[in-house]
Design a protein around this ligand. Structure first.
Ligand code: TTP
Ligand code: MG
Length: 388
C-alpha cells in the first residue's frame, strides 16, 4: 500500500513566536539570535527580514548591515519549547508515528490514520487549523508518499503552505527545482553538478546512474534515487529511537584539524543535550567522514559505560578521527550515537557536564530539559560561537 507521509515545519518559528507575543513586532523584520557584538549568528529571521537577504546561520553583523531597521532579539527557549510541545501534542492526536527532527519540525506517518480522520490532505488541513487555533502560529505541511518528497513539499509554499506531491505529479514537481532542494545534497555536490550543466532535479534524474556512480562513488546511487523521488525510509517515532546523529557537509573540503574538531565538539554538545532531553544515554559513538572523492568511512567505539556527556562523546569522536584519513580533505563529517539505555541518574550526572560550572546556568538548562518533553532540538545551531 502506498504510504501517506506528512512533513510539518513551523514558519519562522522563533521569530513568529516573538511576533505573536509582542504585537508591536508584527509585520516588521525581526531577527532572533546572538548579538553582533558577541559575534553571534542568526537563529531565524521573520519573513519580513528575509526579504533583505537575512537568513539562519548568518553572522549577526551581516544581518545588521543588510537590515539595520530589524528588531534584534535574544532567544527565549522556554517559550519556544512550550509552543513546540503544544504543536507535537497536536501531531500525536493524529498518529503515534511522529518523528521529531527539531523543535519545530516532524515527519508523521498517517497511513493508518486515514480510516479515522479522512485522507492525508484532510489530516494535513486539520493539523494546520489546530496548530493555528492552539498556538496562533502557522505551520507549512507537505503531503507525499515518502519522507523525502514530504520534506521537499513542505518548503515549496512557505509560509503557511500546504503542498501535495503524488505519484502522478512527482516528476513535474521535481523537474525544475534546483538540485540543492534535495535534503542531504550539499552545496559542494550542487556546485559540482552545476559545473556539468546540471542544475535541476529533472536534469539529475535523467542522468544514467553509471555516470553518477563514476562521479560520486556509492553516493551516486542515492543521488539517482533521490532525484527520482524514491525513498523507503520509515518514519521512526522517538520511543523506538535507535540512533541519533548530527552531521554537516562543508562548502569546501576541510583539511584543518582544528576546524574538524570544532565541528565534532559542537555535535557532541548537540547530541548530549538531545540525549538528556530524551532521558537517554548512549554507549556507542561513531563518526562518519566523507572524503573529496565521496568515499565515506565510519568508525565506531563502544564505551565502557553509556553516557549523555558531551565531553565523553567528543573524546571518543576525536580519537576515532585519528583512524580516518582526514588529511587529504573532508567533505562531510558527523557523529552518530547508538546502543541507548534510559538514563535514571541522568540529572545528577548531567550537572557535572561540560563547562557548566555556573550553577545558575546548570539550573536553567535543567529547567529547559524538564520542560522539553521528548522533542528533538538542534542546539548546535542555537549556540552562539561566543558561548562555545
Ligand atoms: P527552521 O524550520 O529551519 O526555520 P524557521 O522555522 O525559522 O523558518 P521556516 O519558515 O523556513 O521553517 O528552524 C526552526 C527554528 O530552529 C528556527 O526558528 C530557529 C532555529 N534554528 C536555528 O537556531 N539555527 C538555524 O540555523 C536554523 C536553520 C534554525
Ligand atoms: Mg520551520
Amino acid at each position: 500500500m502506498e504510504r501517506a507521509i506528512l512533513h510539518a515545519d513551523m514558519d519562522a518559528f522563533f521569530a513568529a513566536i516573538e511576533q505573536r507575543d509582542r504585537p508591536e513586532l508584527r509585520g516588521k523584520p525581526v531577527i532572533v539570535g546572538g548579538t553582533p557584538e558577541g559575534r553571534g549568528v542568526v537563529s531565524t529571521a521573520s519573513y519580513e527580514a528575509r526579504v533583505y537577504g537575512v537568513h539562519s546561520a548568518m553572522p549577526a553583523v551581516t544581518a545588521v548591515r543588510l537590515c539595520p531597521q530589524a528588531v534584534f532579539l535574544r532567544p527565549d527557549f522556554r517559550r519556544y519549547q512550550t509552543a513546540s510541545r503544544q504543536v507535537f501534542e497536536i501531531f500525536q492526536k493524529f498518529t503515534p508515528l511522529v518523528e521529531g527532527l527539531s523543535l519545530d519540525e516532524a515527519f508523521l506517518d498517517v497511513t493508518g490514520s486515514r480510516r479515522l480522520f479522512g485522507d492525508a490532505v484532510t489530516i494535513a488541513q486539520r493539523i494546520r487549523a489546530e496548530v493555528r487555533e492552539t498556538t496562533r502560529l502557522t505551520v507549512s505541511v507537505g503531503v507525499a508518499p515518502n519522507k523525502l518528497l514530504a520534506k521537499i513539499a513542505s518548503d515549496l509554499e512557505k509560509p503557511d503552505g500546504l503542498t501535495v506531491v503524488t505519484t502522478d505529479n512527482v516528476s513535474e514537481v521535481l523537474r525544475d527545482l534546483p538540485t540543492g532542494r534535495i535534503p542531504g545534497l550539499g552545496p559542494k555536490v550542487a556546485e559540482q553538478l552545476a559545473r556539468s550543466g546540471i542544475r535541476t532535479i529533472g536534469q539529475l534524474a535523467a542522468l544514467p546512474v553509471s555516470s553518477l556512480n563514476a562521479w560520486f562513488g556509492d553516493f551516486g546511487e542515492s543521488l539517482h534515487r533521490m532525484a527520482r523521488g524514491i525513498d523507503e525510509r520509515p518514519v521512526v517515532a522517538e520511543r523506538q529511537r535507535k540512533s541519533l546523529s548530527a552531521e554537516t557537509t562543508f562548502a569546501r573540503d576541510v583539511r584543518d584539524r582544528d576546524e574538524l574538531e570544532r565541528r565534532l565538539l559542537g555535535f557532541s554538545h548537540e547530541l548530549a543535550f538531545q540525549l538528556r532531553a530524551e532521558h537517554l544515554m548512549a554507549r556507542t559513538v561513531s563518526i562518519k567522514v566523507r572524503d573529496p572523492s565521496f568515499r565515506t568511512r565510519t568508525r565506531s567505539h563502544t564505551l565502557e559505560l553509556p553516557t549523555d556527556i558531551a565531553r565523553v562523546i567528543f573524546d571518543a569522536a576525536r580519537e576515532l578521527l585519528d583512524s580516518c584519513p582526514w588529511r587529504s580533505g573532508v567533505r562531510l563529517i558527523g557523529i552518530g550515537l547508538t546502543q541507548f539505555k534510559p538514563s535514571d541518574a541522568g540529572r545528577q550526572l548531567s550537572l557535572l557536564d561540560d563547562d557548566l560550572k555556573d550553577r545558575d546556568a546548570a539550573k536553567a538548562l535543567d529547567q529547559i530539559r524538564e520542560r522539553f518533553g521528548s522533542t528533538a532540538v538542534r542546539p548546535a545551531r542555537l549556540v552562539d560561537p561566543e558561548e562555545e
